[in-house]
Design a protein. Structure first.
Length: 139
């Protein structure tokens, strides 16, 4: 019989940008769901944050930060029309680049990952609470 599970994870990154490995949080959700075979959707519920899968390696995270800042620099904030309202246009663009969500297969009650794959929350306009949705369907 098909089951469904939903949970919101909350994060408050103290700086403007940051990356958090949320794999243990998603694993805990999978255990709570008691789903053995199915799919997990994990998505950022804010338009200035991201969820993505990659390696948990500090050098790579530094490189992401530098690369994203080259593609969509925060300063000068006057370069963006959106910043007539806020100062976070770059965060919207960084989110677009890094993506809204990931889908992970569940096989035999575990996250069916490739070697080194981990799930990350990417924050591009932090210093406030934001949500990530975990939705699991399966049996």
């Amino acid at each position: 019989m098909m089951k469904s599970y939903r949970k919101e994870l909350w994060f408050e990154i103290p700086s403007r940008r940051g990356f958090v490995n949320i794999t243990p949080d998603v694993q805990k959700c999978l255990e709570e769901s008691q789903i053995r075979e199915g799919l997990i959707l994990v998505n950022a519920m804010h338009i200035t944050a991201s969820v993505f899968i990659n390696d948990d390696e500090p050098g790579l995270h530094h490189d992401y930060d530098v690369w994203l800042e080259k593609l969509a620099p925060h300063e000068p904030v006057g370069q963006y029309r959106h910043n007539g309202y806020e100062d976070n246009a770059d965060a919207h663009m960084k989110r677009q680049i890094m993506g809204r969500e990931v889908v992970i297969a569940v096989t035999d009650g575990r996250l069916d990952f490739g070697t080194w794959e981990q799930i990350f929350y990417g924050e591009f306009d932090g210093r406030r609470k934001k949500r990530v949705l975990v939705k699991i369907i399966g049996e």
